[in-house]
Design a protein around this ligand. Structure first.
Ligand code: NI
Length: 177
């Protein structure tokens, strides 16, 4: 019996190789993919989408980001990831509703617009409905930084960048416009 078990092991590739996420290229400001409205994800449970999500989370962490939308890695589909306080969120085909009237000003940056920052006014609270990485429906009432990141990423799915909305734009050298 021992011999049979030993033989069986040889048929399985090591787990680490099977699950290795890739670091993707983050496309930059001038690329027109960032200006397209993203298409709905047809099958959130497909192997391609699961691989894309794993790669996007790895790419976001590698770049020290707290959010990344699929168009930023050249995939014009309605999906983004958020990483806050060691918790990762995945939002597929998201819809935002119940946006609060009260707004707040906050300095934003973007992995696709490097070395540039600017203050953007956005509503403080919202509700997001989406599908998660397991294909399950999620509904979150978000506030604070999570609400801020969600709105920034929703804009990416709409072909908008924070520099379109920022009251001022700063570079390392100073104000750009
Ligand atoms: Ni961004």
């Amino acid at each position: 019996m021992q011999t049979e078990v030993d033989t069986l092991w040889e048929y399985y590739p090591p787990k680490a190789e099977k699950n290795m996420a890739k670091i993707l290229k983050i496309i930059q400001e001038k690329n027109l993919i960032l200006r397209k409205k993203a298409e709905p994800v047809k099958d959130p449970n497909s192997a391609e989408i699961k691989e894309l999500i794993a790669d996007m989370i790895a790419t976001m962490k590698d770049a020290n980001g707290i959010g990344l939308a699929a168009p930023q890695v050249g995939v014009s589909q309605s999906l983004f990831v958020v990483g806050l306080e060691d918790k990762n969120y995945v939002f597929i085909n998201p819809i935002v509703k119940d946006i609060s009237d009260d707004e707040t000003l906050f300095e934003e940056g973007c992995l696709s617009v490097q070395k540039i920052w600017g203050p953007v006014v956005r509503p403080k609270k919202l509700t997001i409905k989406a599908v998660d990485e397991n294909g399950n429906p999620v509904k979150i009432r978000a506030k604070g930084l999570l609400a801020r990141v969600i709105q920034h990423e929703m804009d990416h799915l709409d072909g908008k960048l924070f520099i379109d909305k920022a009251e001022k734009i700063y570079t390392i050298e100073g104000q750009r416009s």
